[in-house]
Design a protein around this ligand. Structure first.
Ligand SMILES: CC(C)(COP(=O)(O)OP(=O)(O)OC[C@H]1O[C@@H](n2cnc3c(N)ncnc32)[C@H](O)[C@@H]1OP(=O)(O)O)[C@@H](O)C(=O)NCCC(=O)NCCS
Length: 178
């Protein structure tokens, strides 16, 4: 995908929404226009906009997170992962993570690889330009976007949310580093 014409900006209090944004999900559309600036004010999440001239191509909101071992005890795959990947290493009660609070691509730009480009950008950003330790990317993925995150290398954190509207997923950044 040619992203040379796009610009990534951080949402500021001064930013004026000139054209409507529609990703096909009204909660996400409303969040951008009604809540994103408040979340920023309250230091709850920072939102970024991908722009094509004045058009909002996509937006995403990021916040800090952690994966606590006690939360994932029930996941057999996770227990195996710890045995296999960190057999001798020091284990912690929790690990630092960055959560993708929201991610949405405009209906006009869907299926062009933009969602994947954003995920790739975040993976690189949190490995090579991270200011604090961050081992995982997490997301509460909407049911309709599970296969998108699977294709982007995310795994399920727990099994007990299988029937829920959203599922907790994670990506281990160490995979990219080695
Ligand atoms: C999910 C979303 C962010 C994906 O963005 P996108 O730019 O359209 O995705 P990409 O073009 O990078 O797609 C990458 C792959 O995921 C697949 N994919 C994308 N969206 C999908 C979806 N909703 N369901 C199933 N597969 C999907 C694509 O088919 C593509 O597969 P391919 O590589 O085999 O062709 C976008 O569809 C969207 O904003 N959806 C509505 C809001 C939403 O659900 N956000 C997620 C909140 S957790």
């Amino acid at each position: 995908m040619d992203s040379s014409g796009f610009k990534l900006i951080r949402l500021t209090p001064e930013y004026q929404f000139t054209a409507p944004f529609n990703c096909g999900d009204s909660d996400l559309n409303d969040f951008l226009v009604s809540d994103a600036k408040n979340y920023q004010d309250e230091l709850l999440a920072v939102t970024y906009l991908l722009l094509d001239n004045q058009n909002i191509v996509a937006f995403f909101s990021l916040l800090n997170d952690r994966i606590s071992i006690s939360d994932v005890d029930s996941n057999r795959k996770w227990a195996k992962y710890f045995r296999d990947i960190m057999p001798q290493g020091k284990r912690f009660k929790s690990y630092p993570a960055m959560k993708i609070g929201r991610l949405a691509v405009s209906e006009n730009y869907k299926g062009l690889g933009i969602g994947t480009m954003i995920i790739d950008y975040l993976k690189q950003l949190f490995i090579s330009n991270n200011r604090t330790g961050c081992k995982y990317i997490t997301v509460d993925a909407y049911r309709q976007s599970l296969s998108f995150y699977e294709k982007n290398g995310f795994n399920y954190l727990i099994e007990s949310d299988k029937a829920n509207l959203t599922r907790l997923m994670y990506f281990d950044l160490i995979i990219m580093k080695h």
